[in-house]
Design a protein around this ligand. Structure first.
Ligand code: F6R
Length: 610
């Protein structure tokens, strides 16, 4: 949450910082600010509540010449969005500026101490204690002062500091909030996320917790908080600029929904072994024998990743015949989890930075458990701290509402289920059938997108004035229903909920009145008849049944008020297809309601605070 960009070099920083902020707006978008310096005796600072474009409008046409700058786009935690609460925050003498992601947990103690020492605070933020603390310790060495200040701070931070007295450097520190350095040609960049850097450099360095870097135009030096020097590896980013640009699409959410045929193909490439009905997953770091010892699998995640994990748990249990539980990371982390040697844990996270998932995973590892990551962002904290794992390869996800990560996470875990299944009861033929069906999914999604978009748009428009929408499914389509409800509520603000279809009559049926839209996922599988009965129950109470079904399903057509056809696939794989219309319905509803689809209110991508 919140985005940071910094630059030091020969170019004017403001355009670089603004462009970087726009690429990071998905990290938070309620206010933004920039500070630059040029060797003169003062900082140039501009901050505005609202989007980055408000900041852009507030900036003078030609901001003062400078060669160092820092900028920030905020997702408010302490204090509402306002000009004053925007970062950068300054020391009292306005010689030190800081941008910060994370939460300073002991900020109120520090604030009281600083006020007693005569400091005047200008904002309600937790961050503002940082520049004041740095100023308190500053004696001509910014790095030393930052380290002393960090010594007093409890909490998480990714931060960048600069000082007019040292106009040739930026000091960067990390503890719990991602920071990546970009190495250019006689210029250096820093950001909270790699998309802010791709337009300028592919050479990146990921800071670890407890590391501090000092940047000048010629490079960087890294030390720990005790001043021990640290050698850092420079990594090559493999993202393309097109992947983080809109191209011909109006919104990233739509672009990312449409990218799913490609992202699934990428996730399959080199991993499916059709001849053997098996899967090859290189990064698990488990020797063959370790697979035999697995007695239980536990998937840990939040939000959309949690739903993907839930959908995968049905596959894992069915194919591998191993009990598989799914845990909400924020609950698990505080539950003193029971960890045993024969349970294999997975942290499932698109960003690889979600604070709750990371904390739960650290707790499991502390207790001796083996945790593998199912992660999209290469080099992210969860990817680096896990014992091994699977990159889902869905490419950068920019829209705040996660879409393509869901299908890619499900794919990665399906391949894992096939692999472990093949070491147990799954026959080569059964494995082959699944891989054959998986290989067809990209084309089936392509077909669905081409054939159904207009129809889905009409359905979305017709439900967008409903006060309440229900999503129902069974088996692996129960988590797909949960995901449909999450997607619709987060981008359209329509109240909605997902349930296991049979649970409806245990309470939620009370919500159904005349015309209440109820979206059923009802493929022709072994639960088809059961779901049909649930549809009848909804109809009998005046509900409007919108059914996602397979072509030629006359039984559903006879009951449903409207139907959405998805291609038939292997029984276990329908969530790959049933989730697509649900993503599109959410997108079109938000569009119809004239809402900011890619930046829904109150949300931000990558929840790096608790
Ligand atoms: C919903 C959404 C969130 C994330 C959740 C976990 O569209 O994006 O629910 O899925 O915050 O994020 P990751 O997968 O990055 O751990």
């Amino acid at each position: 949450m919140c985005g940071i960009v910094g630059y030091i070099g020969a170019r004017r920083p403001v355009p670089i910082l603004l462009e970087g902020l726009k690429r990071l707006e998905y990290r938070g978008y309620d206010s933004a600010g920039v500070a630059t310096m040029n060797g003169s005796d003062s900082l140039f600072v501009c901050k505005r509540a609202g989007r980055v474009r408000e900041l852009e409008h507030a900036l003078p046409e030609l901001p003062p010449k400078a060669n160092v700058g820092i900028a920030h786009t905020r997702w408010a935690t302490h204090g509402p969005p306002s000009d004053n609460n925007s970062h950068p925050h300054l020391s009292t003498d306005e010689r030190i500026a800081v941008v910060h992601n994370g939460i300073i947990e002991n900020h109120s103690t520090l604030r009281t101490m600083l006020i007693a020492e005569g400091v005047n605070f200008r904002s309600e933020t937790d961050t503002e204690v940082v520049p004041h603390l740095i100023a308190r310790f500053y004696e001509g060495d910014l790095q030393a002062a930052v380290k002393q200040a960090l010594g007093l701070i409890q909490g998480t931070y990714g931060l960048v500091a600069m000082c007019v007295d040292e106009p040739d450097r930026l000091v960067v520190a990390r503890n719990g909030s991602p920071i990546v350095l970009g190495v250019g040609d006689n210029e250096m960049f820093v950001a909270s996320d790699a998309p802010a850097l791709i337009a300028h450099t592919r050479q990146v360095v990921y800071l670890e917790d407890g590391e501090v870097a000092v940047l000048d135009a010629n490079g960087f030096q890294t030390t720990d908080l005790s001043d021990r020097s640290i050698t850092k590896a420079v990594n090559e980013l493999d993202w393309e600029i097109e992947q983080i640009s809109l191209g011909d699409f109006e919104h990233f959410m739509l672009k990312e929904i449409h990218e799913q045929p490609r992202s699934i193909q990428r996730g399959l490439r080199g991993r499916a072994l059709p001849e053997f009905g098996d899967a090859k997953l290189g990064g698990l770091n488990l020797d063959r024998r370790a697979f035999f010892d697995i007695r239980r699998i536990c998937l840990i995640a939040c939000g959309t990743s949690l739903h993907a994990a839930m959908a995968a748990s049905y596959l894992i249990e069915e194919l591998a015949r191993v009990p598989c539980s799914v845990e909400i990371a924020s609950e698990l982390r505080y539950r003193n989890p029971i960890v045993d040697a024969n349970t294999l844990y997975f942290s499932v996270s698109q960003s690889g930075e979600t604070a709750d998932t990371l904390a739960a995973m650290r707790e499991i590892r502390r207790k001796g458990g083996i945790v593998l990551g199912v992660v999209n962002v290469v080099g992210s904290t969860i990817a680096r701290e896990s014992d091994g794992g699977i990159y889902i390869r869905s490419g950068p996800e920019i829209a705040v509402a996660s879409t393509k990560a869901f299908t890619s996470q499900l794919l990665a875990l399906t391949l894992f289920a096939i692999k472990i299944g093949r070491m147990r009861d799954l026959s080569a033929e059964a494995g082959r059938n699944l891989l054959r069906a998986l290989a067809e999914i990209p084309e089936q999604i392509e077909h669905l997108l081409a054939e159904q978009s207009d129809h889905l748009k009409a359905i979305a428009e017709s439900i967008s004035s409903a006060p309440y929408v229900l999503f129902l499914g069974r088996g692996g389509n129960f988590p797909a229903a949960l995901e449909g409800a999450l997607k619709l509520k987060e981008v359209s603000y329509i109240q909605c909920e997902g349930f296991a279809a049979a649970e409806m009559k245990h309470g939620p049926i009370a919500l159904i009145g005349d015309g209440t839209p109820v979206i059923f996922i009802s493929p022709m599988d072994h639960l088809h008849e059961k779901t049909l009965s649930n549809m009848e129950e909804v109809k009998a109470r005046g509900g409007r049944v919108i059914a996602i079904c397979n072509p030629g399903d006359n039984e559903v057509r006879n009951v449903a008020d409207e139907f959405i056809e998805i291609p038939a696939t292997h029984n276990m794989l329908t969530p790959f297809l049933s989730v697509i219309p649900l993503q599109l319905i959410a997108y079109f509803a938000a569009l119809y309601l004239n809402l900011d689809v890619d930046k829904p209110r109150n949300l931000a991508k990558s929840v790096t605070v608790e």
